[in-house]
Write a protein that binds this ligand. Structure first.
Ligand code: AGP
Length: 615
């Protein structure tokens, strides 16, 4: 996790580092720090809390210098305190390091260093890494730049774990060394200045020319040049890419929070997901990035979806879509579990790695594991320059635009839309008729308007949210394709309101969960008019019979539900396969308005980060 930025050039480094860092806050926001070479040595400022705390400390006592490193943290080892914030120094105090990743053998290394007389100021694995680097630097016979590069190479061999690092040394003004193993790192190529960052978004106002470092590469960065080398020291070929959407920097517009803005953007983000991809005549879709021939598509006998959190929930909806449209069995797996599990995978299985950021460590690790076993792997990503997008054999972009709020909203509906498009394509290569395909295509085209209609109910959802905001616990129930919607509703509620919430298939109620029902525990029941509508009404009655309040997600004009439920969150009717896309929207709004009513930090909930780039 965490975000790092480094700068070397002729401008004052401090404002550049602070500004670029603020664009990486989605990677973690529990503390931040920077180190700058001030002409005499390394000067460090670091503060617990948001980057604005660091900015205030820097304003109060600015550091002058034209090269430095910076970091925004999501704590793994050690509490989010000032002393655990990065940068960390080595024993000499001359070398400063920022690190994104986890050093798994840090305790072992720390013990060894402690025996050799090293003392530590923090509880972090990163400080141990800084001391290892400093130790290797002190022992090296090499001179100048080569000495620091050798220290980095030697340390690479000592550590187990992941790292994206930037290092400076007060004896080497004008040089920043960067290296990556497992964690992403990009070079931003400027004119008379260069940058390093965890992703291209950090560099948006400064340059759109980037070099995406490959795993295990090391870079020696100067203001006027940079050299990239392999762990063995040989120079490697670099490719400078010009990126487009790295320049996009989102703002909230007229909305009080990014989350609300992103919920409201869904008519457009859904349209962007299907634009140019529908083939009405063929009753199918065109997905150019799959890199698979028609024959290869026909040979798929099983699909395995890998993802985490919201992305996995979208895959669970995707399972219903693909199984219905293409009659191909689909299993969904937590990426983190697949990675280390032994479950056998049948031949002719296609893997789909789903990730908004494309940088989630568990999903990336699972993708690599599936590739190692020789299976074809496609990525469903939003971030085009991401690791998953680059490392998969092909894929489909969501085109949802930047999602800044930690709670995923528009990316979820776009992911489900991508599954619908993929299901249609696979269906048409298997058994789906053109007529059935065309029916779904018509419904897809009408969906943005229906989403607009759903969003108009935001104020009434807010009123319901206010009524139930002080509940201790909530249940979310749904069946079949709406079961993952219940899971998603509960996840949104937990992550931004901190209320206890659980999602279940409605019929599971009577197998234990019903014991939780009392008049203080509201149940959100997804009960649109599908094949299990009557069964859902049965569950509703069971809850009411035990005095539990019911908030139903139901179709506009459903008077039956209106007579039974305590509150109704209304959605328009659409094709049954697309209904989950509409059903999740009132749940996004419900958690959003509940969080606002409780005064929570909606876009940056506690303990979380937008991208989980550590295991
Ligand atoms: C969703 O609201 C969460 N913030 C989280 O579950 C997220 O979906 C998960 O970490 C996966 O992220 P990704 O889509 O970027 O891989």
């Amino acid at each position: 996790m965490c975000g790092i930025v480094a700068y070397v050039g002729s401008r004052n480094a401090q404002p550049i580092l602070l500004d670029a860092l603020s664009r990486l806050e989605y990677r973690g926001y529990d503390s931040a720090g920077l180190a700058i070479l001030n002409g005499h040595g390394v000067e460090v400022r670091k503060k617990s809390g948001r980057i604005e705390n660091l900015a205030k400390a820097c304003q109060a006592k600015p550091i002058s210098g034209s090269m430095g490193i910076s970091h925004t943290r999501w704590a793994t080892h050690g509490a989010p305190t000032d002393s655990n914030a990065h940068p960390h120094l080595d024993a000499s105090g001359k070398l400063a390091l920022v690190h994104n990743g986890v050093i798994e053998n840090f305790l072992e290394l720390k013990e060894k260093l402690s025996k050799a007389g090293h003392t530590f100021q923090s509880d972090t694995d990163t400080e141990v890494l800084a001391h290892c680097l400093g130790d290797a630097y002190a022992k090296s016979q090499a001179k100048g730049e080569a000495r620091l590069l050798e220290a980095v190479r030697q340390t690479f061999n000592q550590i187990h774990g992941t790292m994206g690092i930037a290092v400076i040394h007060s004896d080497l003004p004008g040089l920043v060394v960067g290296a990556r193993r497992g964690s992403p790192l990009v070079i931003g190529v400027g004119q008379g200045e260069n940058f390093l960052a965890s992703d291209t978004q950090a560099l948006a106002p400064y340059t759109n020319r980037v070099v995406i470092l490959k795993d295990l590469e090391i870079v020696a960065l100067h203001a006027d040049r940079f050299d990239v080398s392999s762990p063995l020291g040989s120079n490697t070929q670099i490719k400078v890419e010009e990126i487009e959407n790295g320049m996009i920097h989102s703002d909230k517009g007229s909305h009080p929070h990014f989350m609300l803005k992103e919920i409201m953007e869904q008519p457009r983000s859904i349209e962007n997901a299907f634009r140019g991809r529908l083939d009405r005549d063929g009753g199918t879709t065109k997905l150019g990035g799959l890199n698979m021939s028609a024959d290869q598509l026909r040979q798929i006998q099983r699909i395995s979806v890998l993802g985490c959190g919201t992305a996995l929930h979208s895959g669970m909806v995707g399972k219903y879509l693909i199984e219905d449209l293409a009659k191909i069995p689909v299993e969904t797996q937590h990426a983190s579990e697949f990675r280390y599990g032994d479950s056998p995978v049948s031949r002719h299985t296609l893997f789909l790695a789903v990730s908004q950021s494309g940088e989630t460590a568990d999903t990336l690790g699972a993708l690599r594991e599936a590739q190692r076993r020789g299976y074809p792997c496609l990525g469903i990503c939003n971030n085009v320059a991401s690791s998953i997008a680059r490392e998969s054999d092909g894929g489909v972009y969501m085109h949802a635009g930047p999602e800044i709020g930690v709670a995923a909203t528009k990316s979820f509906t776009s992911q489900v839309m991508v599954f619908a498009l993929l299901g249609l394509l696979l269906g048409r290569h298997h058994q789906l008729s053109a007529n059935h395909g065309a029916e779904l295509l018509d419904a897809i085209v009408q969906l943005p308007e229906k989403i607009r209609q759903t969003l108009k109910h935001s104020d009434s959802v807010a009123r319901v949210a206010k009524t139930y905001a002080h509940s201790r616990s909530m249940l979310f129930l749904g069946r079949l394709a709406n079961f993952p919607i219940a899971l998603e509703g509960a996840l949104k509620m937990k992550e931004i309101t901190y209320l206890h919430a659980e999602g279940y298939p409605s019929a599971e109620l009577k197998h234990g969960v019903i014991a939780m029902i009392d008049k203080e525990t509201p149940t959100v029941l997804i009960a649109t008019q599908d094949g299990v509508y009557d069964k859902n009404l049965g569950s509703l009655q069971e809850i009411k019979a035990r005095g539990g309040p019911v908030i139903a997600v139901a179709e506009e004009g459903d008077s039956k539900i209106q007579g039974l439920a305590d509150a109704v969150l209304q959605v328009p009717k659409t094709h049954e396969l697309l209904q989950p896309i509409l059903n999740v929207i009132p749940l996004q709004l419900f958690s959003y308005h509940t969080a606002v009513a409780l005064g929570r930090d909606v876009d940056k909930p506690r303990n979380l980060a937008k991208s989980v780039t550590v295991e």
